[in-house]
Write a protein that binds this ligand. Structure first.
Ligand SMILES: [Zn+2]
Length: 285
């Protein structure tokens, strides 16, 4: 979720209880953005996936791990740069953390700092992961490996999926949201469908798929969401070639997703194509 933050929601930050989604794998819903936080418990160590919207929420999430296991927490994986997944990282300063290498640049982006300010945070409250990677990384929790994979610029620059092969579970961050994905200013209209196409190749048909928000889904849901997302660049391309302006796009196009979820993506797709209907940016990554 990357909808503009609402300062009036600040007091409603809270966390649900941990629910099992597979053997040794748990999910918790953190408010106010209803983000899915993950916990993977191996025989030697446990790993948190995402850390809430603020350092205070991150600290509560860290504490809550004790209600599930006494296996030591080794650290936290950040699935992407949105506030509700990342801004709690300062609560884990003494542990290792993992995330995509672009977070080091994104942390100083004006829109990231504006998001922090809206939550009453400053640059000093934000953290980059202690360990970054460009494409992939594997972590050993004892009886299971966890794979962290960056498949390209999609929902954001820094999307990482967390695969737990032995449990047949994959955490997708906001590459998948239930019921609908959300385009933010950092989303890539062409890169996102291409990334989901690769993600489908990683997911077994009976896999448990934990989206960034909403109830757990399966591999078929990824295919459905890919179809909806792909309409954004390709319908935009058709509209541009027909002379439809960006202001007319909502009415002129047939959109399978709610307009408020995709409006930012359509604007980005228009900007990338330019007035002549020619793509200025190829989807290289
Ligand atoms: Zn989110």
């Amino acid at each position: 979720m990357t909808a503009p933050s609402d300062p009036s929601n600040r007091t409603t930050a809270s966390e649900g209880s941990w629910q099992p989604v597979a053997d040794g794998v748990f999910r918790l819903v953190a408010e106010p953005d209803s983000v899915n936080i993950g916990l993977i418990v191996g025989s030697e160590s446990a790993l948190l996936i995402d850390c809430g919207s603020t350092p205070a929420q991150g600290a509560r999430l860290r504490e809550s791990v004790a209600s599930v296991t006494d296996t030591p927490l080794i650290g936290v994986v950040i699935t992407h740069e949105d506030r509700d997944h990342w801004f709690g990282l300062a609560a884990f300063d003494d542990l290792e953390s993992w995330g995509h290498e672009t977070l080091a640049e994104r942390i100083d982006a004006p829109e990231i700092l504006a998001e922090a300010e809206s939550l009453g945070l400053t640059r000093a409250d934000l953290r980059t992961p202690t360990t970054d990677f460009s494409i992939a990384r594997a972590l050993d929790l004892g009886d299971r490996y966890v794979e962290l994979v960056h498949l390209g610029h999609a929902h954001t620059h820094s999307d990482v999926v967390v695969n737990v092969p032995v449990s047949n579970v994959i955490f997708t961050g906001d590459l998948i949201e239930n019921p609908h994905p959300w385009f933010g200013p950092a989303s890539s209209p062409r890169g996102w469908p291409a990334t989901l196409n690769m993600l489908i190749g990683m997911v077994k048909p009976d896999a448990v798929v934990v989206p960034g928000h909403g109830d757990v889904v399966d591999g078929k849901f990824i295919v459905q969401q890919l179809a909806g997302l792909a309409s954004v660049p390709y319908t935009t391309e058709r509209l541009v070639r027909e002379g439809v302006t960006v202001e007319q796009a909502e009415e002129a196009g047939e959109w399978p997703l709610p307009w408020e979820n995709i409006a930012e993506g359509v604007r980005t797709a228009y900007a990338e194509m330019g007035a002549e209907g020619v793509r200025r940016n190829l989807p290289l990554i």
